[in-house]
Design a protein around this ligand. Sequence first.
Ligand code: NYM
Length: 209
Amino acid sequence: MTRGVLVCIEGLDRTGKTTQTTSLLEKLDKDGVDATLIKFPERTTPIGRIINTYLTDTAFELSDQSAHLLFSANRWELAEKIRSLLEDGKTVVLDRYVYSGVAYSSAKGLPFDWCLSPDIGLPKPDIVLFMKFKQEENVTREGFGEERYEVAEFQQKVKTQFEKFQNEDNWRTIYVDNKSIEEVGEMIWTEYKVTASRRREALQYFSKL
Ligand code: NYM
């Protein structure tokens, strides 16, 4: 059996990732593709519950290293599920993943390579769709500022870190300025179709950059 496609949607806060992952799932369903959405952080697992407290309660302090390792551990909680869905021929859509992990923590000043280390061995996406907005736009969106990290200057640093992945083979930048939700959805769908139509090699795993 051909394995499924591992698709990842990434971006800064309030860039429309959740809207787009939902819309991608609907399109996949209409197309007869059996697909599962997994959002990181997955806040309902044991580690996810700690992460949720950390993100929503500023009085709950963790060192940057501890927070980073919890986000990574949260991905490892789901790693086997992702791998087995793919091996069963299912498509998996990820709303944030390793790239957010590395970008947010290295933006705090932790070394980039150190940030990637705990994620080495996780399934690697076939395609990463990075939603790129003008900085000013996401910070004016409804809800921005409600959680830890939603501060304009910090978002700029995260963007710089995300862009270090842009030369990776699986990376596609989706420019979303002045585009409607439907137009962005079409760009994502087109990229997905190209990837899905290619012959798939064995599943890849994160290794050193
Ligand atoms: N975040 C997310 C990290 O700092 N590291 C990670 O590994 C992941 C997956 O969590 N501001 C941050 C980015 C977001 C926050 O994500 C919550 P969301 O998509 O708003 O639920």
